[in-house]
Structure formats: structure tokens, C-alpha cells
Design a protein around this ligand. Structure first.
Ligand code: GLY
Length: 376
């Protein structure tokens, strides 16, 4: 990965989600002049909707070792990233170190967890198999029909909305400028906006999540929207408190996760290949609520505060695209289910590219140049 861009250059970051804001913050902190082009930075995209899991291990699956390796590298960067962000912004980004439980509702679900546990043990990852009783000792709210599970202490979580608030504040403190127009397309040295104007710059970073594919021809077939529905629940007075850890579950083969927040939890998520259909469906909400209640029966007493759909940015091989697509145009998108997790390593890789430095070794798997091979 090489670049002619040098410190002091002007960088336009298209997209103000967690990836774009992380890039903008680190680039501005390193002395670059940065503008973020987004009509509503920190709002509206997948980062705002997300559950906030930082979970390379419990998202892992045989055959996706490159995704796991990149995720583990980024997870290792999270504590420093969060501490630096807190110091720079004055806002606590809500990193939660409590860990994750994965639980199985029926016998077939338990079998899937056994496959995952064997796979992870083979990779030397720390996982502990637990009976239903042991699970309930750790999290008393887990329901009586949950059969077994795994404890994965290394998989963490972050409060996505607190994180976005912190990133916005850090960007502002570092002098990032915000241009609230919508980008229509990008090319070397320019961002064209939908109102017919142009933002001039020396380097463009496309970090518009699921919308990135429409901004540059090289990305058109590489990034697609993958819809997810998510619910936010609030613990009402007298209800059981939320779990202390993230609880992921398989319920009759359907995945569901419950990520604690102060006074409630985030419950997600469905996954559909449905283009940019932003409707929240009755069936999706029904499945999430029914499955969550089987895992944590106490959620029936919670208030349902929010139902929302978002679009993950899918890529052909579930790895993100991070690097140069042509001289002066970089991409940082396609993070699929792992945008929050991968923000630190992505921002470091983009910063390295902007400065003409070598990217982190782990990020080489995300080089967009691989996609010509994928397309062949
Ligand atoms: N990372 C969880 C999800 O995409 O639903």
C-alpha cells in the first residue's frame, strides 16, 4: 500500500459512522486537515443502530480464520483506543470488559455450540463449557430451559452511542470540519456532492458503510447492504436487572444477542439480504422478542423503547476493504458484522496509508486489491 499523501494534506472522509469518525480523529490528531462529508455524522448508519459487541471469538466460524485474525488484532487495540479516546474527548466511550456467554436453547443448538467450542479450542482460544446450572449461577436471569453454554471472557462490548458521542467530541477537539452535504461520487482529489458542488482534497477515504458501493465504480460490486433489525429494551422498576455480560444465544437455530446497557439492553439482530429495505418487520421483532424471552424470561417486564433497522456493509468474503482503490482514493468499508470491533485497526491502517507508512500486518488481508481475484 503506498501513497503520495503527506502530513499537512487535506483529507476528505466520506461517512461519519464509527469507522469514518475513527479515521478522521486519528488523521486530525496526526496533523492532517480533515473534513467529514456526511449529512448526519454519528447518526442514522449501522454504527448508531448496532448492539456494540466486540466479539471476534463468538462471531468466529470455521473457514473464516482471516476474519478472526483481524478481529483479534483489533480487539487487542480496543483498551488503548478507548483510553485515548476518553482522554481526547472527555467522554467515556463505554467499553465493557465483562465478557460474553454463548448459550444454547435446545439439543441441536447445543450441538452447534460444541462445534464452535471444538473449533475455538483447536485455535487455542479460551472458552469454558458450562451447564445450564453453571450459566444460571453466573447470570441468574437465564431461563430454566437453557441447556448449556460457553463462557468467552475475551469478547467485549462497547456502548455504540456513547462511542459515537466520544468520537464526535474528539474530532471537534482535533479540528475536524464537518460538511453536512451528501456525497454522490468520489474521485482522486474530489468528493462530488448531490447538490452539484465539489469538496477538493488530496485524498478521499470512502467510509460510508453500506452506501460505499455507489460512490466509486471499483466498489460497486464489492459492498452490499445486509439488513439487521434491533430492539432497545429498558428495565422498568421491579423488573430483573439486565445481565452483567453479553449473552448470545442460539434458539432453535436462530441467533439472538442481548447486550447490557445501563438500565437495559440491546437485543439483536435479524439478518436479511433485502437491499435497502429499511422496514422493521413484524416477524423480525416477534422472533427477537420470543427468543430473548426464552433466554432471559425477565425481559417480558421490560419496556420496548426502540425498534430500528440498519444496514451492515457486506463484502464478498466477509472481510472489510481497507486501502487504496486508486491513487488518492482509499476505502475503509465492508466491515459487515464487525464495524465497531474493527474500527481501531481500520483507522490505524488508513492513517498508515495516508502517511505512506506500512499498514498493521493484520490489515493486509483487507487490501481491496484482493477483490479483482474474488471477481475472477
Ligand atoms: N455484530 C452483530 C451484528 O451485526 O448483528
Amino acid at each position: 500500500m503506498s501513497s503520495d499523501v503527506v502530513v499537512g494534506s487535506r483529507v476528505a472522509v466520506v461517512g461519519g459512522g464509527v469507522v469514518g469518525l475513527s479515521v478522521a480523529w486519528l488523521a486530525a490528531a496526526s496533523g492532517l486537515a480533515v473534513v467529514v462529508v456526511d449529512p448526519s455524522p454519528a447518526r442514522g448508519g449501522a454504527s448508531w443502530v448496532a448492539g456494540g459487541m466486540l466479539a471476534p471469538v463468538t462471531e468466529a466460524w470455521p473457514g473464516e480464520e482471516a476474519v478472526l485474525g483481524l478481529g483479534l488484532d483489533s480487539l487487542a487495540r480496543w483498551p488503548d483506543f478507548a483510553a485515548r479516546l476518553r482522554a481526547d474527548s472527555g467522554v467515556d466511550p463505554g467499553l465493557d470488559l465483562a465478557g460474553t456467554l454463548v448459550v444454547a436453547a435446545d439439543g441441536a443448538d447445543a450441538e452447534v455450540l460444541r462445534v464452535l467450542a471444538d473449533y475455538l479450542a483447536g485455535l487455542g482460544r479460551e472458552v469454558r463449557a458450562l451447564t445450564g446450572r453453571e450459566l444460571r449461577r453466573l447470570e441468574p436471569g437465564i431461563g430454566p430451559s437453557v441447556r448449556s453454554g460457553l463462557e468467552v471472557p475475551g469478547d467485549l462490548a462497547v456502548d455504540n452511542r456513547a462511542l459515537l458521542t466520544a468520537l464526535l467530541a474528539a474530532c471537534e477537539r482535533r479540528g475536524v470540519r464537518f460538511d453536512r452535504r451528501s456525497a454522490a461520487e468520489v474521485g482522486p482529489g474530489r468528493v462530488s456532492t448531490t447538490d452539484g458542488s465539489t469538496v477538493d482534497c488530496d485524498a478521499v477515504v470512502v467510509s460510508a458503510g453500506a452506501w460505499s458501493g455507489s460512490l466509486h465504480p471499483a466498489l460497486a460490486d464489492a459492498i452490499r447492504p445486509v439488513k439487521g433489525e434491533i430492539l432497545r429494551l429498558r428495565a422498568r422498576r421491579g423488573a430483573l436487572p439486565p445481565p452483567t455480560r453479553t449473552v448470545r444465544a442460539l434458539v432453535e437455530s436462530r441467533p439472538v444477542y442481548l447486550v447490557p446497557r445501563p438500565g437495559g439492553l440491546v437485543l439483536g439482530a435479524t439478518q436479511y439480504e433485502a437491499g435497502f429495505d429499511g422496514d422493521v418487520t413484524v416477524g423480525g421483532v416477534r422472533d427477537l422478542l420470543r427468543d430473548a424471552e426464552r433466554v432471559l424470561p425477565g425481559v417480558a417486564e421490560y419496556a420496548l423503547d426502540e425498534v430500528v433497522a440498519g444496514f451492515r456493509a457486506g463484502s464478498p468474503d466477509n472481510l472489510p476493504l481497507v486501502g487504496e482503490v486508486e491513487p488518492g482514493v482509499l476505502v475503509a468499508a465492508g466491515h459487515h458484522r464487525n464495524g465497531l470491533l474493527l474500527a481501531p485497526v481500520t483507522a490505524e491502517a488508513v492513517l498508515a496509508a495516508l502517511r505512506g507508512d506500512a499498514p498493521p500486518e493484520s490489515a493486509r488481508v483487507a487490501d481491496p486489491a484482493r477483490l479483482s481475484a474474488v471477481a475472477r
